[in-house]
Design a protein around this ligand. Structure first.
Ligand code: ZN
Length: 472
């Protein structure tokens, strides 16, 4: 499968090289004023000679490097910890047509690892500063910044890229991007047109752990196929926090969730009513209070390890970012981009795990497609409910099921020939109008067995279709 796809990509790439050559004859080319002798020797060693690890069909040539330098268009999503590394790695590997999308501005706490940024850049958009830095430092490289949300760009934008690399810290954004690339696939009589595939290379890090994966949308496991691998946000069970703490984090959560609202420190009386002050993770006095109370709680249960730093981490839900992990994962992702763009090596199949919490541990495995993946299988997912179930139960299922994990699903259905919004959360007035539906049963809402439900959510740009199957 991998080999077949590989040669298809190579064909696709060749066609583009020919198109470009023709175009260059017309425009007179873009000139290679910034080249110097031996500039790309490190890349040519991989592309202009064969080796023991090259792809079986690989033929050394000077064409590949031209494709990378002149034609191949790469999109980097995220200009943060992974994004800075990715931009640098890709630009030094010979990719010169790169776009970068990021909606954030630079914070002073980014400067220890997001090395394209300097103190003078604090407050400026990450995408703009990162692009300026690379363009001025690496001659001939053209990084185009987009200070935007990925959701603000449409399919005509995404379609122009050969390969997309994600360096994101959000599962929702990853799923949206995955959904966008799936929506670009073209099926003819149920057969996927491989020319419509844009490979997605996804990197992720969390502290000393990371992963890199290669996704060929419609062909290999997508983000949603393996959604169960992403644990939902860490929330400790309330019973553990309240009565059986075992970890220092449990003690801090006890103070944050239960003690703070009860005691209401820093609150006070204003004229005739008592007011609470919300816990502010950036207020040192607040953190100090939580820290002291957590220490008391920890002493009571003989638990060690509560520190001021951990307290702040738990309260602010900080996942420490480690520069070296970002560097390793970004390098792995950039290598995969290089392998796919050059067709010289077999790409990662398809998931690499990296962990250097204790020593160093890494391995790869093939994540498998899920037959009934709600994002990529093209099969409507069945929802089994009794006609007397309430709409609220369906909503809960959509958000709580490990394989769906939606955030704020909007449900519509055709009822008696009319499209009806059953529930929509994101617009206050519609939420108010549709809220009573949540406590109605499916039968009362006029829904029938085998009925199609259309669900929109922030996790995907496409509307998802579900089939309601009544259980008796
Ligand atoms: Zn899938």
């Amino acid at each position: 499968m991998n080999l077949l796809l590989f040669s298809l990509f190579r064909e696709k790439k060749r066609r583009r090289v020919v198109e470009l050559a023709e175009k260059m004859v017309v425009d007179g080319g873009d000139g290679s004023t910034c080249e110097w002798e031996g500039r790309w020797n490190h890349i040519k060693k991989f592309l202009e000679r064969s080796g023991p690890f090259t792809h079986p069909d690989f033929e050394p040539s000077t064409e590949s490097i031209q494709f990378m330098l002149e034609t191949c268009k790469i999109l980097v999503i995220g200009a943060g910890g992974l994004g800075c590394e990715l931009l640098k790695d890709l630009a030094l590997s010979g990719f010169r047509s790169i776009h970068v999308v990021d909606m954030d501005t630079i914070d002073v706490s980014n400067l220890n690892r997001q090395f394209l940024f300097r103190p003078k850049d604090v407050g400026r958009p990450k995408a703009d500063v990162a692009a300026d830095f690379i363009n001025s430092r690496i001659p001939g490289c053209r990084v185009v910044p987009h200070f935007k949300k990925i959701q603000d760009l449409d399919e005509t934008f995404y379609k122009q890229f050969h390969i997309i690399v994600c360096g994101l810290d959000s599962v929702v954004a990853r799923r949206w991007m995955n959904g966008m690339l799936l929506s670009l696939l073209v099926y003819e009589d149920g057969v996927l047109d491989t020319g419509s595939i844009i490979p997605l290379i996804d990197g992720g890090t969390e502290g000393f752990k990371g992963n890199a994966r290669v996704i060929l949308p419609g062909m290999s496991a997508c983000i949603d196929c393996t959604l169960e691998l992403y644990p939902p946000q860490i929330n400790f069970p309330m019973c553990t926090i309240a009565s059986m703490p075992r970890l220092p984090e449990h003690c801090i959560e006890y103070v944050r969730v239960l003690l703070w609202p009860k005691v209401s420190p820093f609150g006070g009386r204003k004229s005739n009513f008592f007011y609470c002050v919300a816990l502010d993770g950036d207020d040192p006095e607040h953190i100090q209070w939580v820290y002291q109370k957590s220490l008391e709680r920890a002493a009571e249960f003989n638990i060690r390890g509560v520190t001021y730093r951990l307290t702040q981490g738990v309260v602010k839900r900080i996942i420490p970012a480690v520069a070296s992990t970002n560097a390793v994962i970004a390098a792995a992702c950039a290598t995969e981009v290089f392998k796919i763009a050059s067709s010289a090596y077999i790409p990662l199949n398809n998931y690499m795990v990296f962990n250097d919490v204790d020593g160093l541990y890494t391995y790869t495995f093939e994540a498998e497609r899920k037959e009934n993946c709600s994002a990529c299988s093209q099969v409507p997912v069945d929802l089994h409910f009794s006609p007397s179930s309430k709409l609220q139960e369906v909503l809960d299922y959509l958000t709580e099921s490990a394989s769906l994990q939606m955030k704020s699903p909007a449900i519509t259905a055709a009822v008696e020939g009319k499209n009806k919004t059953l529930y929509l959360q994101s617009v206050a007035s519609i939420e108010q109008r549709t809220r009573p539906n949540l406590s109605k049963t499916l039968k009362e809402l006029g829904l029938t067995d085998r009925q199609e439900l259309a669900v929109a959510d922030v996790t995907t740009p496409q509307t998802m279709l579900f089939r309601l199957c009544f259980t008796s």
